[in-house]
Design a protein around this ligand. Structure first.
Ligand code: DGY
Length: 418
């Protein structure tokens, strides 16, 4: 492996996908600013351009709604190559045309990482961002929290669009009246590697429901057609709150509210444990039933600061059975599909979060192994969006911002020891 050449290629991808103040996940397929992609992009930039790293997060928060929500897509400039665009979402609630749902809140964690590299010069920028991050997290605790678990109201909100976690909740939706529409994603990527039309009918139908209520949380809350408690969201927000707490403490501001959120979410994590499955799982809150899915999100416990021996044993088994773990859906699940987006492929960003958690939790060997296979995966198969966990077949295109970002910040040999 030529690590220096790969580092240079990764920096080149970030520069190429830079649209001036924000980074697109990849040209063509995703031509706007995506929320969690942007968090990773900022962390990647922080490895070689701190100014640009801060700017990425500041541009993301320029789209924050008055209610605190930071949307999952900001449509800064029109682009007919993407569907569903701003005309379909019809969300004019914020300062920038946007989608009407959010995405996993990785921003505070990466802001802390950027600030750690830029303590003096970055102080003022952190001071400006801190209340905005607090408002966003409060929005989650107010509008997306039940019994300490964070739920999603649309599969796109979890970032894991077509994970089997949502199958039962999606099957309960009748997308009647959704109308005709033309997908754009399948003209950029092989349809076999993307969500199906069955999924898309429901994705769009859910957008139409939110739009009909003006994306007003108070109007939507009493009767949500889709409401699933999600380990991605719950673990990531818990972790982000710990980072927010550290930054708030460092700036000498009041931390009581954030400490309360941490307590609440720790209880929520325990509720996501499905004893029969022996794993963290999602729960359809409309029926109270577990989804029965071991996914890569189940392994985010350590990232959230939650220890679990049984998950560690599971991870070891998964790592010895597959060339390139961690599969987004475990291969023993009947719906496993190694090529179709979140139904099996490995995502380098999830590996990174899992690996960070393992190192911090005192599992250096498991972290080292996961970093090694992720390093091999990218070195051998490129900066793709996702990869078949069995043979590494890449998908989604080879110039993905967040894969390049995690290479620079975590996977590359030049990062040194974990
Ligand atoms: C898409 O368009 O596939 C995105 O994942 C939605 O956020």
């Amino acid at each position: 492996m030529n690590a220096e050449a790969l580092d240079e290629e990764a920096r080149g991808i970030l520069r190429m996908n830079d649209r001036g103040g924000y980074t697109v996940p990849t040209d063509g397929l995703y031509p706007y600013q995506w929320n969690w992609d942007s968090g990773f992009a900022a962390w990647g930039f922080a490895q070689f351009d701190l100014e640009r790293a801060w700017k990425e997060v500041e541009t993301l928060f320029s789209g924050q709604w008055p209610n605190g929500m930071v949307p999952h897509i900001l449509f800064h400039k029109p682009d007919p190559g993407y569907f569903p665009g701003p005309d379909v979402w019809g969300a004019t609630n914020g300062p920038v045309p946007s989608s009407g749902v959010s995405q996993p809140p990785v921003a505070a964690t990466f802001v802390r990482a950027i600030w750690d590299k830029d303590r003096d010069a970055g102080q003022g920028r952190l001071q400006d961002l801190l209340p905005k991050m607090i408002d966003w997290h409060r929005w989650f605790m107010t509008w997306r929290q039940e019994a300490g678990m964070i739920f999603i109201t649309h599969p796109w909100e979890a970032g894991r669009d077509n994970a089997p976690d949502w199958d039962a909740a999606m099957a309960a939706i009748n997308p009647e009246g959704v109308g005709e529409y033309t997908r754009r994603d399948t003209s950029h990527v092989n349809p076999e590697m993307r969500p199906t039309k069955y999924d898309y009918d429901r994705y769009i139908w859910l957008v139409q429901q939110g739009r009909a209520k003006g994306w007003d949380e108070a109007r939507m809350a009493p009767d949500r057609p889709f409401k699933v408690a999600d380990p991605t969201m719950t673990f990531i927000l818990l972790r982000a709150n710990r980072d927010l707490l550290a930054m708030t403490e460092a700036l000498g501001a009041d931390t009581r509210e954030i400490k309360g959120w941490i307590d609440t979410l720790e209880q929520g994590c325990a509720a996501l444990w499905n004893e029969a499955l022996g794993s963290y799982d999602s729960i359809n809150l409309r029926t109270g039933t577990y989804s029965g899915c071991v996914t890569s999100a189940s392994y985010l416990c350590w990232y959230a600061g939650v220890e679990n021996d049984r998950m560690l044993a599971r991870l070891r088994a998964e790592t010895s059975n597959l060339r390139y773990p961690v599969p987004s859906t475990t291969p023993s699940h009947p719906e496993f599909n190694g090529k179709r987006y979140w139904r099996g492929p490995t995502w380098a960003i999830l590996n990174t979060l899992i690996g960070m958690g393992l190192s911090e939790a005192g599992h250096p060997e498991a972290a080292r192994l996961l970093r090694q296979t992720t390093q091999d995966l990218i070195a051998e198969h490129g900066f793709a969006e996702y990869f078949d966990p069995r043979d590494g077949t890449p998908a989604g295109g080879g110039t993905f911002t967040w894969t390049a970002a995690v290479w620079l910040a975590w996977a590359s040999p030049s990062v040194g020891d974990l």
